[in-house]
Write a protein that binds this ligand. Structure first.
Ligand SMILES: [Fe+2]
Ligand SMILES: [Fe+2]
Length: 309
C-alpha cells in the first residue's frame, strides 16, 4: 500500500504527551547505558535541521510531495528532541539544550559544509539520486524506531517506555513514507536500483555517525543490540530493507553490529568506557567544550526582533 501524503498532512502534529507521568520520572532509576543512549538520541533528533539542510540542496527540493513530507517530518522530529531533553531534565540531568546543540554543531566544523556540497553535487549529477536518499531515510527511520524499541525493552522505567512508544509511532510513519517512496522510485528502474545499492554500500552510515564518533556509534550498538534479541532486531531491519527492489540480501545493519563487536573483541573497553565515564554529559552545560561563535543569536536577540513584527 502506498503512503498517503494527504493523510499525513492532515494527521501530522507535535508529539502528543498527554498523560505522560513526568512527575514520576525520578521514581525509577536508569542505567548509565540508558542515559548514554538518551543523550545520543536527543542529539540526533536535534540534528535534523542540519540533515534537512543537506536534503534541500538536492533534487529533492523539486518534488512537492517530498518537500511537504520534509516540512512536517522536521517539525515532528523537533518534538522528539524536545521531549527527550525534557525527560532528561525531569530525571535531574543538568542540561542546557541550546548550548549543547550549538556545541555539537560547532564541533562538526567544516565537515558539515563539505558534506552539503558533495551531496548537492551528487544529486544534480545523478537522475536517480532520490532512490538513494529515500532508501537511506527508510533505513535510518527503521533503525531509529528499532533502537527506541530496544531501549524500551532494556530499561526498567515505565514513564520512559511510555514516551518511547509514542515517539516510535512517528518513526514508523516516517519509515513508511521513505520506504514506499523508495519502492515507487525503484520499481522497474534498474538504474535507480543500481544507484541505491551502490550508494547504500558506500555512503550509508549508522544513524548519528558523523555527528558522533565511531566509538560512540559502537557503544550504542553494544548496549542495545549485543544480545540475541538485538541480533534479531538488526537482522529484521536488513530483511525489511532487502524487500526494496534491487536491495535484496543487503546486510548493512548486521555488518555494523558485527564491526562494533569485532572492535570490542580487540579492545574490551571499546564503547563501554564511554558509557562508564559519563563524558557524554559534558556538552550539556553552559561553558561546555566549545561554544558557537555566533552565540549572539540567542533568546535576547529574538525578543528585540519581536518589536519589528
Ligand atoms: Fe525522531
Ligand atoms: Fe523519524
Amino acid at each position: 500500500m502506498s503512503f498517503s501524503i494527504d493523510r499525513y498532512k492532515e494527521e501530522s502534529r507535535k508529539l502528543d504527551t498527554t498523560g505522560v507521568e513526568w512527575h514520576k520520572v525520578r521514581d525509577y532509576p536508569l542505567s548509565k547505558g540508558d542515559l548514554f543512549f538518551l543523550h545520543y538520541a536527543m542529539d540526533v533528533e536535534n540534528h535534523v535541521p542540519l540533515y534537512l539542510s543537506h536534503l534541500l540542496v538536492t533534487r529533492a527540493c523539486m518534488n512537492p510531495v517530498i518537500t511537504t513530507f520534509l516540512s512536517l517530518w522536521a517539525y515532528e522530529e523537533l518534538w522528539h528532541g524536545e521531549n527527550l531533553s525534557r525527560f532528561l531534565v525531569e530525571y535531574g540531568i543538568q542540561l542546557d539544550s541550546d548550548t549543547r546543540i550549538r556545541n555539537l554543531r560547532s564541533d562538526m566544523g567544516l565537515s558539515n559544509s563539505i558534506s552539503i556540497l558533495s551531496t548537492m553535487a551528487a544529486s544534480w549529477a545523478l537522475d536517480d539520486f532520490a532512490a538513494l536518499y529515500l532508501s537511506i531515510g527508510a533505513c535510518n527511520e527503521l533503525s531509529t524506531a528499532t533502537a527506541y524499541g530496544a531501549l524500551a525493552r532494556n530499561c526498567q522505567h515505565p514513564v520512559l517506555v511510555d514516551l518511547l512508544g509514542r515517539i516510535q509511532k512517528d518513526e514508523r510513519r516516517h519509515f513508511a513514507f521513505y520506504f514506499n517512496s523508495a519502492k515507487d522510485w525503484m520499481t522497474d528502474s534498474p538504474r535507480a536500483q543500481w544507484v541505491a545499492r551502490i550508494g547504500m554500500k558506500f555512503f550509508w552510515q549508522v544513524v548519528g555517525q558523523g555527528l558522533k564518533t565511531q566509538e560512540e556509534v559502537d557503544a550504542i550498538s553494544l548496549y542495545l543490540f549485543d544480545d540475541e534479541e538485538g541480533k534479531r532486531d538488526v537482522e529484521t531491519i536488513d530483511e525489511k530493507m532487502g524487500r526494496l527492489p534491487g536491495l535484496s540480501g543487503i546486510r548493512l545493519m548486521t555488518r555494523a553490529r558485527e564491526d562494533a563487536r569485532r572492535r570490542n573483541a580487540q579492545d574490551p573497553a571499546w564503547g563501554w568506557r564511554l558509557i562508564d565515564n559519563e563524558e557524554w554529559a559534558k556538552k550539556s552545560v553552559a561553558g561546555g567544550t566549545r561554544l558557537y561563535k555566533g552565540q549572539l543569536v540567542g533568546t535576547a536577540g529574538f525578543a528585540e526582533s519581536e518589536e519589528l513584527a
